[in-house]
Design a protein around this ligand. Structure first.
Ligand code: V47
Ligand code: SF4
Length: 384
């Protein structure tokens, strides 16, 4: 019996008619409706969701599991905004508790990777009122002058929207200027939950859904790629998650510019939402599985291990996930400050490869745009 026949046999025996219909649609590669997405969250068992999501994952990527070699720069943790879930930012009034890196200090970080085989720098931070567009354009130019082949994945629409408004440039002009200065792609942050009913409670004062989407659209129109996130497991309902995914799916139909969808698990340490309990591992796996099933036009689904934890990230590789981000090198503080068990998120390439092989997947080192750099063959030889 082929893998497809095995899945089809389980689907045909599903007693819940709606779930059976969804299973048949997945097997014939048909798109799910919003109602079907919500129904999967509400009624799908972990095993049924996992089986279907794994089918999609293996149809798209086989056992391949991607990671990259990157490092992070966080220019500042001072932020003019006040998102309720953020354990990281320091308001401008309390900036003595925070950090603000100069261009020289950031170039010092870039230069510390000279001669090392990193392919990407991920730059994201708070929104500092004194770090303006000229400052960041100079940073981009300095990085490219020093190491032209290093892929610069930088700035969320939260940072860009603020920069563009202060510089009085349109989104289109601002994105073009950033691209000319050296910006290669956009990371997925700042999306949180798009629906205003939730956004107004957790991220009231920063760029809204339309603004976030407009910046990614402009990036895609310039030929850049980008990622998209969703912050789940706090006060949102299942339909808010599906509404969020639907808006992303529609933009992807329009532009095709997204590479990767990244569900981010809400962590509750040291923020204004510490009273909100965190999701369970079972809920996390359901989130990944439904994401894989709903986001049919997103090529990749990422579990960001520094936030999710290593074991859950390994588990997620059986629930639709085919990417676990990069080696990181202890250069990001966002998650350890918000309560992730990964207090010092650093893994060597060997450790990442081992983690992937432990769950019988095939590790593939990639560039930011999923060009394959090295396939680590023979996972069957590596035992847990
Ligand atoms: O937008 C902040 C999240 C995001 C918390 O594109 C929190 O490859 C959980 O988007 N609990 C920024 N999440 C990070 C991000 C990202 C990370 C890795 C890879 C990529 C990529 C993008 O971090 C923010 C926010 O949603 N975040 N605080 C928290 N307490
Ligand atoms: Fe600022 Fe980002 Fe934190 Fe919101 S999540 S307060 S925008 S650093």
């Amino acid at each position: 019996m082929s893998a497809f026949e095995a899945v089809a046999a389980v689907v045909s025996k599903e007693k819940n008619l709606s779930l059976r219909t969804i299973g048949e649609k997945i097997l014939s590669a048909q798109r799910l409706t919003q109602e079907e997405g919500i129904l999967l969250f509400e009624q799908g068992s972990l095993s049924y969701l996992g089986m279907l999501a794994n089918h999609v994952r293996e149809t798209k990527h086989g056992h391949k599991t991607y990671f990259n070699r990157n490092f992070h720069i966080e220019p500042t943790n001072v932020c003019v905004f006040s998102c309720a879930f953020c354990a990281y930012s320091k308001l401008y009034a309390h900036r003595e508790e925070g950090w603000e890196l100069s261009i020289e200090q950031m170039m010092h970080i870039v230069k510390s990777y000279d001669g090392k085989p990193v392919t990407e720098v991920h730059i994201v931070g708070g929104v500092h009122p004194k770090m303006n567009m000229d400052f960041f354009l100079e940073l981009l130019r300095s990085i490219k002058a020093h190491r032209p082949e290093l892929h610069v994945k930088a700035f969320t629409p939260v940072e860009l929207d603020y920069m563009f408004r202060k510089a009085k440039v349109s989104v289109e002009d601002g994105m073009r200027m950033a691209q000319e200065a050296g910006l290669d792609s956009l990371p997925g942050g700042g999306a949180e939950i798009f629906h205003p009913e939730i956004r107004e409670q957790i991220a009231a004062d920063k760029v809204n859904a339309d603004g976030w989407l407009a910046i990614h659209r402009a990036a895609h129109q310039l030929g850049m790629h980008s990622n998209a996130t969703l912050l789940y497991g706090h006060i949102e309902k299942f339909w808010h998650r599906i509404d969020h995914m639907e808006r992303l799916r529609q933009l992807q139909d329009e532009t095709g510019g997204f590479n990767t969808f990244i569900p981010l698990k809400f962590r509750n340490k040291d923020n204004d939402m510490s009273h909100v309990p965190e999701s369970t591992v079972i809920e996390d796996m359901k989130m990944y599985a439904v994401s894989r099933l709903y986001m049919d036009n997103f090529p990749h689904l990422k579990a960001y291990w520094p936030m999710l934890g290593r074991q859950s990230a390994q588990l997620a590789l059986s629930f639709g996930v085919n990417d676990i981000d990069g080696t990181i090198d202890d250069t990001t503080k966002i998650y350890s400050m918000a309560g992730s068990e990964e207090q010092s998120p650093s893994l060597t390439t060997e450790e990442l490869v081992h983690m992937i092989r432990q769950v019988r997947r095939l590790p593939v080192e990639r560039g930011t745009l999923y060009n394959e750099i090295k396939v680590y063959e023979e996972p069957a030889l590596a035992l847990a």
